[in-house]
Design a protein around this ligand. Structure first.
Ligand SMILES: [Fe+2]
Ligand SMILES: [Fe+2]
Length: 416
C-alpha cells in the first residue's frame, strides 16, 4: 500500500471550507465598501449583484460547516490569511480592486471549487460536493465578467499590476486558497496605498450630469402621465445611491452578526435592482442612462452621519415613508394600462416590505451594539428631522410630510 494520501481528511475539508467562506466574505466586504468608489456604471451594477452572491455563497458554506460541527468559521485561521481581508480594501482605484477581488481571489476560488469534488472523499461527502456545485456558477460568471470588463478599463489605470501581484503574493504566502500549497515568499507591499474607504463622496464618470434640485419638479400624475412616469423612473435609476449607502453601511458595521450582513447585502442588491428597473424603463422611454442627472448629493450628505444613523434613517424613515406612493403609482399605471411600469413598481413594493422588516429587526441591535442611548422611535424622529433639513430630493420631504398626515391605512407604518 502506498503511504500517499489520495484525498483530504474530514478535518482538512473543514479547514478548506472555512477558508473559502472567509475569502468570499472578504470579497463581499470589499465590493460593498468599494461600490460608491467605482465610477464605472456597468461595474457598479455588477458589483451590487456580486456583493449579494458572495454573501449567499458564504451563507451556503457556513451551513455545511455547521453540519460538520464547525460553528465558529473563522476560528483558527492564520493571522496572515486574515490580513488579506484588510489589505484588499486598500486598492487605489477600480482597476486594482477588480484585479484583486476578481482576477486573483475569485479566480483562485473558482479553481478550488472546481477541484473540490476530486480532492474530498466525494462518495462520503456528497453534501459538500453539492455546495461547491451550487456556488460555482456565480463565481464562473463573476470572473468571466471581470476578465472582459477589465480589458476595457485597465489602460485608464496604469501601474495596477504591482497591487495585483502583492495581493496574489499574500495569498500564496499562506499556501493559496486551501492553505495546502507550498507557501510563497512574503510579498513587499507597494507604497502609496492609504485606505480610501469609506467613500465620503460617491464617484461617477467624468462628464456625467449631476442632479439639480432646483429644477426637479414632480409632474402631476393625472394631468401629465407621461412626464410623471419619466420623472419617476429617473428617480428609480438614482436608487443606485441607496445601494451605495448600504455598501458603506455594511462596510462600517463589521461588528454585527453574519445574519445582519447577509440581509444588508441582499438589501444592497435590491436597491441595485430598483436602479435597474429605472434604467430599463428610461431606456424604453427613449433616454440614455448617461443622460439622467445623478443624485450624488443624497449619498454624500448621508455620509456626514454615522452608519447607525444612516441605517435607521433609510429603513425606519425613508423606506416606510415611500410605501404609499408605490401603491398609488401601481393603481395609476394599471388604470392607464401601463403594465410594464405597474409590474416594475409591484416588485419594488414587495422588496420594500422586507427592507422595512429588516430595519425593525436590526435598528435596535445596531443601537445596542454601538452604545446609543436612543430608542428606535427616537432615532427615527431625529433622523427624519435631519432629512427634512438636509435632503436634496424634494420627493423625500413630500413623502415624509404625507406620511404624517393620517397615513394610517398603510400597514408598513405600523409597529409590529
Ligand atoms: Fe428601493
Ligand atoms: Fe429599499
Amino acid at each position: 500500500m502506498s503511504a500517499a494520501k489520495t484525498h483530504i481528511t474530514i478535518e482538512q475539508n473543514t479547514e478548506y471550507l472555512k477558508r473559502y467562506a472567509f475569502l468570499e466574505r472578504a470579497c463581499m466586504r470589499t465590493l460593498a465598501g468599494w461600490l460608491p468608489g467605482v465610477p464605472e456604471w456597468e461595474a457598479k451594477n455588477e458589483i451590487g449583484l456580486h456583493t449579494w452572491e458572495s454573501a449567499d455563497s458564504v451563507d451556503l458554506i457556513y451551513s455545511r460547516l455547521r453540519e460538520l460541527r464547525t460553528y465558529q468559521p473563522e476560528r483558527g485561521l492564520s493571522l496572515r490569511f486574515k490580513r488579506i481581508m484588510q489589505e484588499i480594501d486598500h486598492a487605489a482605484n477600480s482597476a486594482e480592486m477588480i484585479a484583486t477581488v476578481y482576477l486573483v481571489i475569485k479566480k483562485a476560488l473558482l479553481a478550488a471549487y472546481r477541484q473540490h469534488p476530486d480532492v474530498t472523499w466525494s462518495d462520503f461527502d456528497r453534501p459538500t460536493v453539492k455546495i461547491t456545485e451550487k456556488v460555482l456558477p456565480a463565481v464562473e460568471r463573476q470572473v468571466a465578467w471581470a476578465e472582459a470588463f477589465f480589458s476595457t478599463i485597465q489602460h485608464n489605470y496604469p501601474g495596477w499590476e504591482a497591487w495585483r501581484d502583492y495581493i496574489a503574493g499574500l495569498l500564496a504566502a499562506d499556501g493559496g486558497v486551501t492553505g495546502a500549497e507550498t507557501p510563497g515568499p512574503e510579498p513587499v507591499r507597494p507604497d502609496n496605498h492609504p485606505l480610501l474607504l469609506p467613500w465620503k463622496e460617491c464617484q461617477r464618470m467624468q462628464g456625467w450630469p449631476i442632479f439639480d434640485p432646483s429644477v426637479d419638479v414632480e409632474p402631476d400624475r393625472k394631468a401629465a402621465p407621461e412626464a410623471h412616469r419619466l420623472w419617476r423612473f429617473k428617480h428609480y435609476l438614482n436608487e443606485m445611491t441607496a445601494a451605495e449607502t448600504l455598501g458603506s453601511i455594511l462596510w462600517m458595521t463589521p461588528e454585527m452578526t453574519w445574519e445582519y450582513q447577509h440581509n444588508v447585502s441582499r438589501h444592497l442588491w435590491d436597491e441595485i435592482r430598483h436602479s435597474q428597473l429605472g434604467q430599463v424603463r428610461v431606456q424604453q422611454l427613449g433616454l440614455k442612462i448617461e443622460d439622467v442627472p445623478q443624485v450624488v448629493q443624497i449619498y454624500n450628505v448621508m455620509m456626514t452621519l454615522p452608519a447607525v444613523d444612516q441605517y435607521a434613517l433609510l429603513t425606519t424613515v425613508i423606506e416606510p415613508n415611500g410605501m404609499p406612493e408605490k401603491s398609488t403609482n401601481r393603481e395609476h399605471w394599471e388604470a392607464i394600462d401601463d403594465e410594464i411600469s405597474a409590474a416594475a413598481v409591484s416588485y419594488d413594493w414587495s422588496d420594500e416590505n422586507f427592507h422595512i422588516r429588516w430595519g425593525k429587526k436590526w435598528t435596535p441591535v445596531l443601537l445596542e451594539t454601538y452604545g446609543y442611548k436612543e430608542t428606535p422611535e427616537e432615532i427615527a424622529a431625529r433622523t427624519e428631522a435631519w432629512l427634512m433639513e438636509n435632503t436634496p430630493v424634494r420627493m423625500q420631504q413630500k413623502m415624509a410630510i404625507e406620511s404624517h398626515q393620517g397615513g394610517t391605512s398603510d400597514d408598513s407604518k405600523q409597529p409590529y
